[in-house]
Design a protein around this ligand. Sequence first.
Ligand SMILES: Cc1cc2nc3c(=O)[nH]c(=O)nc-3n(C[C@H](O)[C@H](O)[C@H](O)COP(=O)(O)OP(=O)(O)OC[C@H]3O[C@@H](n4cnc5c(N)ncnc54)[C@H](O)[C@@H]3O)c2cc1C
Length: 397
Amino acid sequence: MSRQRRDPRSDRLAHSVPGTARPRFDMARQVAATGPGGRARRDPRAERAGQTVSIDPRLRLDRAASHLLPAAAPAAPALPSGLPTRDVLILDAPAFTILALAEPGQDRLSPTDRQILGAARLLAGAQGGVILVVDRPVEDAGAAGADRVIVLPQAPHPAARLALVEALYRQVGPRHVVASEAADGADLARRLAARLDCGFFPAVEQIGPRGIVRTLRGRGLDQVARQPAAIMTILPDMVQPYAGKGREARAVDAELAPPPSLDAELIRPQAGSLPLAEADFVVSAGNGIRDFDLFRRVAAALGGTPGASRMLCDAGHMPRAAQVGASGTVLAAQCYLALGIAGAPQHLQGIAGCEHVIAVNTDLHAAMVERAELAIVADAHPVMEALLRLLAEEAQA
Ligand SMILES: Cc1cc2nc3c(=O)[nH]c(=O)nc-3n(C[C@H](O)[C@H](O)[C@H](O)COP(=O)(O)OP(=O)(O)OC[C@H]3O[C@@H](n4cnc5c(N)ncnc54)[C@H](O)[C@@H]3O)c2cc1C
């Protein structure tokens, strides 16, 4: 088959502007011309003019004017139904698994649980799967690095919980188990290691190419295990939480035998009685607060531990023990409610580890408002009164 040949000279003559001393191209005619394959050529200027919305003095593109655009490319084939649309990493067949034991009795992952998951992810790498073990459903397991989530029946007695975790261990056959060195995890991990008679390494501070590391003799000595142990506990605030792409957190049924019925129950501490450093929810007052009785009633009604800025502690309105900040207590709360606090750097240092911050301040430009995820720019007193009213209504309903 013969291909039509182009004659560049006659093309040039056809588009040159007659009557000019120097040969010039007539761009309008050039644009209207068709290419050698007979395909209509695009005129970007005409397309842009057609897309301009004339009533607006500012140039805007009207995407609806699609008739001016060349025929659209064929649509990409739709994803087969059933595939998740969220942008998460899915590991269908992990090469091995790591069990991450979250602290029981919580509806949300605590900062310590996230560190456990961070450690488990370091051990799992790209090929291993991390199974989060909780005793009630949690929402944010995928973002925290879990590939699978197993919800065990609630078993407050340590021996009953051990029986469940041991049965799960035998069913899953994980390469490693990680738990927190704080609170319940430390006890459970030691009981499990003793029951299974396998390697145990406590209070891990680092997981890296050197292996796993803990410190001894007041941090004067490093103890390094080149191979991670079968069961490990992680010291709080030593391993970073997972910060990579979200994982699938697929719920898996373990189908374990019910735990032995042993008498024990979990009792939550009285609202607001936890020390500042351990509290999950802190309600703090700053120099913008005048009515301290109202403030204390709000903190009690919300079930938060009362805190304060240094200004108030210096003035004697709040005890020194309530001071939040660099020279007071550094918090690890999940939620911090700051009422009338400006957000000086020394104060913000104390709440750097708080997951969520809510600010009530009359000044829109206060540093605390900038730090907060939710800010109410208003006088804190009517806000506190409204809160009390709402809580009372809720209690009555
Ligand atoms: C060495 C050093 C260490 C320090 N360590 C600490 C520390 O550990 N902790 C600490 O807190 N500070 C510390 N400070 C003090 C710190 O610098 C600030 O002075 C202090 O935090 C300010 O407290 P504040 O925000 O309550 O008061 P202010 O700075 O007076 O701010 C009051 C805020 O309340 C708002 N407001 C006023 N009226 C209302 C109202 N009706 N309703 C709502 N909002 C209102 C205002 O807009 C303002 O933003 C330290 C200072 C130094 C020099």
